[in-house]
Design a protein around this ligand. Structure first.
Ligand code: F6P
Length: 326
């Protein structure tokens, strides 16, 4: 049984729809279990500067449906230095915060891991990123909403692509992971996806053209995962213009609109379950673990595993896309 009487909560790195639902669940579960909760603004930055406020249950009312993060977020350079982390630790002691819940992606959990080791301090992480690239969890908070946003956008682009008989390369986020591109392509009926995970195995563009992907179609849509390995949508389109000049090519980069919007039911439920699990984990004396979900069961994943391993794509999905798009 943890003895923490006061927990701090922060969101850090890129925001993701569902972060608010997670903040709400953590806050309410902590209060339910007799703990005090302090909201830390702007991620690790606000921890260093002391932008901290006590949260009551009303502070998290009416936020489950909102995108973004009530606590704001930042990517903090100072926290990467020992001096910055020491300042952060001093602030925690000053505020009487005895454990931390951090919500974010790879960078956030990497920072948490270093800090937890350095100061022997209990931290529980929640996977909040649209990229879905954290190992040890089937899905991350925000991924489902982003996938739905991509699907809606591609549906719209499909209309104009069809009218003009065009080939569209649509770039989606994911950092170095192709989950959004691959599943976004399946969900929107795209003809192909170009993803970093298989970039070193074959020339995905050449293969696509060789297989006559456009044979019986007047428009085509290809989702391209942003990444140096894929070359991004602009890089791919340039190649097509040079190597296959007959195609009427256009590029759309979906960009940050993928990060916004009201979270889907899936993300709200996931974030709520994970938020409650984070407090349960602290009560269970777990520390330095990320809450994950595997086969609909909550699991604890050590930070070292969640961030160090590359999460593999499900290769069956490559075939699903290939077969469904002939
Ligand atoms: O990690 C989430 C993410 O949206 C990535 O998909 C993307 O590469 C990156 O963040 C963009 O970061 P920023 O908002 O700092 O431009």
């Amino acid at each position: 049984m943890s003895t923490a009487k006061c927990v701090g909560i922060l969101t850090s790195g890129g925001d993701a729809p569902g972060m608010n639902a997670a903040i709400r669940a953590v806050t309410r579960s902590a209060i339910y279990n007799g703990m005090a909760v302090k909201g830390i603004y702007r991620g690790y930055k606000g921890l260093i500067t002391g932008e901290i406020q006590e949260f009551k249950t009303q502070n998290v009312s009416n936020i489950i449906q909102r995108g973004g993060t009530l606590l704001k977020t930042a990517r903090c350079m100072e926290f990467k230095t020992p001096e910055g982390r020491k300042q952060a630790y001093n602030k925690l002691v000053e505020e009487g915060i005895e454990a931390l819940i951090v919500i974010g992606g790879d960078g956030t959990l990497t920072g948490a891991r270093i800090f937890a080791q350095e100061f022997n301090y209990p931290i529980v992480g929640l996977p909040g990123t649209i990229d879905n690239d954290l190992f040890g969890t089937d899905v991350t908070i925000g991924y489902d909403t982003a996938l739905n946003t991509i699907m809606e956008c591609v549906d719209k682009i499909r209309d104009t692509a069809t009218s003009h008989d065009r080939l569209f390369f649509i770039e989606v986020m994911g950092r170095d992971a192709g989950f959004l591109a691959l599943n976004g392509a399946i969900a929107s009926g795209a003809e192909a996806a170009i993803i970093p995970e298989t970039s070193l195995e074959n020339d995905q563009l050449e293969e696509m053209i060789k297989n006559g992907f456009r044979k019986s179609k007047n428009s085509s849509i290809v989702l391209v995962a942003e990444s140096e390995l894929t070359g991004g949508a602009i890089g791919i389109a340039e190649r097509v213009k040079n190597e296959f000049p007959l195609f009427d090519v256009r590029v759309t980069i979906l960009g940050h609109l993928q990060r916004g919007g009201s979270p889907s039911a899936q993300d709200r439920i996931l974030a709520t379950r994970m938020g409650i699990a984070a407090i349960d984990a602290l009560l269970d004396d777990q520390r330095n673990v990320m809450i994950g979900i595997q086969n609909d069961q909550i699991v604890y994943v050590p930070f070292s595993k969640a961030i160090k391993n590359d999460k593999p794509i499900n290769r069956e999905l490559l075939n699903t896309l290939r077969v469904s798009s002939i």
